[in-house]
Design a protein around this ligand. Structure first.
Ligand code: ADP
Ligand code: F6P
Length: 331
């Protein structure tokens, strides 16, 4: 059936629920708002679940109205709160969650989170609860989507931080090593490093080569360059050891900065807000089309849906051309 807005309604769903799970990411609130407003626009009821899968298991639900999601579009974090909940990984935990969903007459669920959260959504889908994933993590580490919600904001936060560090680096002729988040992926490091003009970038996708960094620093030093920014993805190298090695071989004054959780906070960028609106609305439409076990995503600027199985089995690939471009421009 297609209604006046050209939207297909195949499933007889009257009420859906939305939750955020795992680590928070800027843009989660945008997606919550979009899910709620799209549901109301399409004349179905919408419940918010507090504290992710834990709230699902405890029946921590409340109705969302148009006004309940007002004034959150610009806020970082998640107004539904989030938590890691190991109990939901068990069959008993999932059965408990499903029981509350059914008791609340929920016909479909939107899960906003990362790959861990999608495993939970996949389980619920297999148990018969239509479930859709909305990818939200600063790491940009989910296969099947070019971008996840929160990534653009994190990259902008890191870029701004590097710009500030550059002011002091140039004033004092110092080298700065800046450690950024990303878990096992170098996306934040490469995008922020390229946009802030970092001299070297260390990422999990490319074997760290401290000799190469030192060589580049020495070449720069010879032509009068006295400051440098090196961006390192967390876990790739012991940044203090790298700093010592560089100091011992070049004599440069060197400082290490771990940017940490500021990368997870802050008002979402316009890019993340637009993406959150698109993802949230599409997730509701997919449920009403009778889809389940899929994730919304963006590929080549088009909003797509991808089976959760595919998103979970495949690995996100950072376009290494960006890394090589950064290296070639920071000579
Ligand atoms: P993210 O979603 O950001 O990757 P986590 O990996 O911490 O974060 O996962 C978030 C939550 O998703 C977990 O605390 C758990 O409740 C649920 N989850 C993770 N893996 C599974 C699984 N294999 N089965 C069911 N639920 C899972
Ligand atoms: O997945 C987002 C992320 O911020 C990663 O970049 C980082 O490795 C991890 O979460 C940190 O987790 P926690 O907040 O538990 O320290």
């Amino acid at each position: 059936m297609v209604n006046n807005f050209g939207l297909c309604k195949a499933a007889n769903i009257k009420r859906i629920a939305v939750l955020t799970s795992g680590e928070d990411a800027p843009g989660m609130n945008v997606a919550i708002r979009a899910v709620a407003r799209r549901a109301i626009f399409r004349r179905i009821e919408i419940l918010g679940v507090r504290y992710g899968y834990q709230g699902l298991m405890e029946g921590n639900y409340f109705p969302l109205e148009l006004g309940s999601v007002g004034d959150i579009i610009h806020k970082g974090g998640t107004s539904l709160n989030t938590v890691r909940c190991d109990e939901f990984k068990t069959k008993e935990g999932q059965a408990q969650g499903l029981k509350h969903l059914r008791a609340n007459r929920v016909g479909g669920l939107v899960v906003i989170g990362g790959d861990g959260s999608f495993r939970g959504a996949q389980k619920l889908s297999q148990l018969g609860m239509p479930s859709i994933g909305v990818p939200a993590t600063i790491d940009n580490d989910i296969a099947g989507t070019d971008f996840t919600l929160g990534f653009d904001t994190a990259v902008n936060t890191v870029t701004e931080a590097i710009d500030k560090v550059r002011d002091t680096a140039t004033s004092l002729d110092r080298i700065f090593i800046i450690e950024v988040m990303g878990r096992n992926k170098g996306d934040i490091a490469v995008w922020a490093g390229l946009s802030a003009g970092a001299e070297s970038i260390l990422i999990p996708e490319v074997k760290p080569d401290v000799d190469d960094i030192i060589k580049r620093l020495i070449i720069g030093q010879r032509r009068g360059k006295k400051h440098s920014i090196i961006v390192v993805t967390e876990g790739v190298a012991d940044t203090n050891k790298v700093a010592r090695a560089i100091h011992d071989r070049t004599g440069f004054d060197i400082r290490v900065i771990v940017l940490g959780h500021i990368q997870r906070g802050g008002s979402p960028t316009a890019v993340d807000r637009v993406l959150g609106c698109q993802f949230g609305a599409r997730a509701v439409d997919l449920l009403l089309e009778g889809k389940s076990g899929v994730m919304v995503g963006i590929q080549n600027n088009r909003i797509v849906d991808v089976p959760l199985e595919e998103a979970l089995q495949k690995s996100h690939k950072l376009p290494l051309s960006l890394y090589h471009l950064a290296q070639s421009l920071s000579i």
